[in-house]
Design a protein around this ligand. Sequence first.
Ligand SMILES: C=CCO[C@@H]1O[C@H](CO)[C@@H](O[C@@H]2O[C@H](CO)[C@H](O)[C@H](OCc3cn(-c4n[nH]c(N)n4)nn3)[C@H]2O)[C@H](O)[C@H]1NC(C)=O
Length: 135
Amino acid sequence: DSISGLVVTQLDIQPGECIKVKGKIPSDAKGFAVNVGKDSATLMLHFNPRFNCHGDVNTIVCNSKEDGVWGEEDRKADFPFQHGDKIEICISFNETEATVKVAEVEFQFPNRLGMEKIEYLAVEGDFKVKAIKFS
Ligand SMILES: C=CCO[C@@H]1O[C@H](CO)[C@@H](O[C@@H]2O[C@H](CO)[C@H](O)[C@H](OCc3cn(-c4n[nH]c(N)n4)nn3)[C@H]2O)[C@H](O)[C@H]1NC(C)=O
């Protein structure tokens, strides 16, 4: 249902390890998403900054997806992004929550599915990936 960007499968990211995605936000970006989980249908976290899409303006929407079904959305208060920004998004998790660190701001999202490892990473929408790093 979306124009697929970068997809990485067969990962084995454990609690406490970091996924770093560096890239640039195009000047005309409407929105992008970073998805991590088991596969495209089972996501621990859909981290979806929206500049102007789906009726949202400058809002980060987070959600989970279980067997292809979206969970309850969680809209964040902060929006530390601007068009043209070069950013690094760091995602880590433990048994209770996923953490997203970006531009000195930290977001938490519950590990609703109790996932014990991340096997899948996808970046969708208006984001030009420059590097990914697993540490
Ligand atoms: C008010 C009307 C009913 O609620 C709306 O329902 C929409 C459809 O479910 C919600 O948008 C989905 O929200 C999901 C997260 O909860 C996802 O963000 C979903 O987009 C999936 C997606 C987009 N893309 C994508 N790839 N490339 C681009 N440009 N976009 N890839 N996957 C969006 O289509 C949208 O967030 C939701 N809005 C509210 C305020 O609840």
